[in-house]
Design a protein around this ligand. Structure first.
Ligand code: MRU
Length: 355
């Protein structure tokens, strides 16, 4: 289905990470190369790469870039350098837990390798870390397929669904989360329409989701964020599908700002509201959504609409990148392990496999 790579590692242990530059889409399809952890940090912070699973996979490769800087060091020093760079990368964005999940997994791999192979050389550690990052990449592709298969049943033939932001191929190594269900429904020959919120301020819906869906030949209609309620009132939406950046133990879900409002609208109009996310997006250490850190971004993103000034330069701006949808507004969470209907902590722990 996907005819481009959101991100890919080029070469062997001394290679680099190549990313589709999402800041330039849809006007330009261009790649950027990250050869240092610093370059990757900038790419994540400025949203050249974005979407929770994709950030996690990219960060895993970021550890391989950090390992390249340890050539002249002893194994213990190399490990300490890698841990420092993992800490640095973890500061790029605060909300999507996949970033921290992937960095933790890579650090643990480096630690266990060093403990089990105290006489190994740094080149062996680099190999071990690249293998682990590739594994994370492949698992991400696989989980997208499974989420697609699990979620497709919620898109009835002849229906119209609404999505927000971009939870598609650009947000993952594979086909996406919420949009994986859309692609799977199309594969099954279903006919349906997708309405896409433009998703102010950074327009991930308008720029990225419409681009992806059009390429796949899906019937897609772009709307301004403020139009969703009227569409629902007119009976034009049968279901809402969104992704997630972090899901707390009770099912409260952080996703792109505007998702909460959509969930309230969906509830008011009796429309099912689905969240699609892999197990790496759950943060079961957090009891509920009030504990999820919400990224605050620059006022300029709101004052300027795609580099055109649309408000006084010195106006006060509130610009949180995410909001939290309470579990009670969510009809089901679709994961690679199965579907969590009306999510509760007990059901989540059962499906996500942690007690
Ligand atoms: O700020 P972004 O573009 O990284 O926000 C992304 C989202 O909110 C997505 O909906 C979420 O990461 C799900 S990705 C499959």
């Amino acid at each position: 289905m996907k005819n481009f790579k959101t991100l890919q590692w080029i070469g062997d242990c001394d290679g680099f990470l190549e990313l589709t530059d999402q800041r330039k889409l849809p006007a330009q399809f261009a790649a950027i190369q990250c050869k240092t952890p610093q370059q990757l940090y900038e790419a994540i912070k400025t949203l050249a790469i974005r979407g929770a699973p994709a950030i996690g996979v990219a960060a895993a490769f970021g550890i391989c870039l950090a390992a390249q800087e340890t050539e002249k060091l002893k194994l213990a020093e190399a490990l300490s350098h890698i841990e420092k760079k993992a800490d640095f990368l973890s500061k790029s964005r605060p909300t999507a837990v996949n970033l921290f999940w992937a960095l933790e997994r890579m650090k643990n791999k480096a630690r266990s390798f060093s403990a089990q192979n105290p006489d190994a050389e740094v080149k062996d550690l680099k190999r071990c870390l690249l293998d682990e990052a590739q594994k994370i990449y492949n698992e991400d592709v696989e989980m997208c397929c499974k989420i697609g298969v699990n979620g497709e049943r919620f898109i009835p033939d002849g229906s119209a669904i609404l999505t927000h932001c971009n939870a598609g191929a650009l947000a993952t190594a594979g086909d996406g989360t919420a949009l994986a269900a859309v692609f799977e429904a199309q594969r099954k020959g279903k006919k349906f329409r997708v309405y896409v919120d433009e998703t102010r301020p950074l327009l991930q819906g308008a720029r990225l989701t419409t681009w992806e869906l059009r390429q796949a030949g899906i019937d897609v209609t772009l709307i301004c964020d403020s139009m969703a309620g009227a569409l629902m009132k007119d009976g034009k939406i049968n279901a809402v599908f969104v992704g997630a950046d972090r899901i707390a133990a009770n099912g409260d879900t952080a996703n792109k700002i505007g998702t909460y409002s959509l969930s309230v609208l969906a509830k008011a109009h009796n429309i099912p509201f689905y969240v699609a996310a892999p197990s790496s997006t759950f943060d079961l250490k957090l009891k509920n959504g009030s504990q999820i850190p919400i990224e605050q971004r620059q006022p300029q993103e709101v004052i300027n609409y795609m580099n055109v000034q649309t408000a006084p330069q010195d106006i006060n701006v509130y610009n949180p990148a995410f909001d939290v949808t309470p579990a009670e507004n969510i009809s089901a969470i679709i994961t690679e392990n199965g579907i969590i209907q009306q999510p509760t902590e007990e059901k989540i722990r059962k499906i996500i496999g942690q007690v």
